[in-house]
Design a protein around this ligand. Structure first.
Ligand SMILES: Cc1cc2nc3c(=O)[nH]c(=O)nc-3n(C[C@H](O)[C@H](O)[C@H](O)COP(=O)(O)O)c2cc1C
Length: 181
């Protein structure tokens, strides 16, 4: 059975560097790892606890939880906005909290740039609060200074490609190990 990794891009920008990174991840995934991207962020309503019960749950939130439940691991690539997380992405996390299969879910963070000083730590804190299991060596850190790049440029760079493949193999190993049972 292939390991299923569901990715989340926290940027809605058409030329997003985080999106480029996740597209590169999709292309570079070794055999045995199936990478798919959650694309429903803009279709989610604003989170309210009033709708966070089974009979009232909006369909987009139901779809999100179904995809999260079916994934073996989640990979997040999220920019920093005003020293925090983009609002639309935080809204996605708020809807994810009620997914009964979320606690214990292996998760990893992907970063294009090393510049962001606040958001990565905030995201880790939120994920820990949600009882995710962060897999540190499945994290992808390209450490670039520019956000003007696309998936072709990332894939063409042997060192970036190696970082991505190694992280995905580490993710696969962690998901398949007894560590998460
Ligand atoms: C509204 C806004 C606020 C931002 N705030 C920060 C910030 O606080 N810290 C930072 O390092 N970068 C900040 N940035 C820069 C973005 O994080 C950076 O451009 C990132 O590459 C955007 O991701 P993307 O390329 O996937 O769209 C901000 C950008 C925007 C548009």
């Amino acid at each position: 059975m292939p390991v299923k990794i569901l990715t989340f891009c926290g940027s809605l920008r058409a030329a997003s560097s985080n999106l480029a990174l996740l597209q590169a991840v999709e292309r570079l995934a070794p055999a045995g790892i199936c990478v798919s991207r959650y694309t429903g962020i803009t279709g989610l309503p604003h989170f309210t606890p009033d709708q966070d019960e089974d009979a009232l749950l909006p369909q987009p939130a139901r779809d999100l939880r179904t995809q999260v439940a079916a994934a073996d691991g989640l990979l997040f690539a999220v920019p920093e906005y005003m020293h925090g997380l983009p609002g639309s992405f935080k809204n996605t996390l708020d809807w994810m909290v009620g997914c009964q299969r979320f606690p214990g879910k292996p998760v990893a963070l992907a970063h294009v740039t090393a510049r962001h000083a606040f958001a990565p730590a905030q995201l880790e804190e939120i994920l820990r609060t949600m009882a995710a299991r962060i897999v540190p060596d499945a994290g992808i850190h390209l450490g670039l200074s520019s956000n003007r790049l696309d998936a072709d440029m990332i894939c063409a760079d042997a060192s970036h490609a190696a970082v991505i493949r190694t992280a995905l193999e580490n993710f696969q190993r962690s998901v398949q190990s007894k560590e998460f049972e």
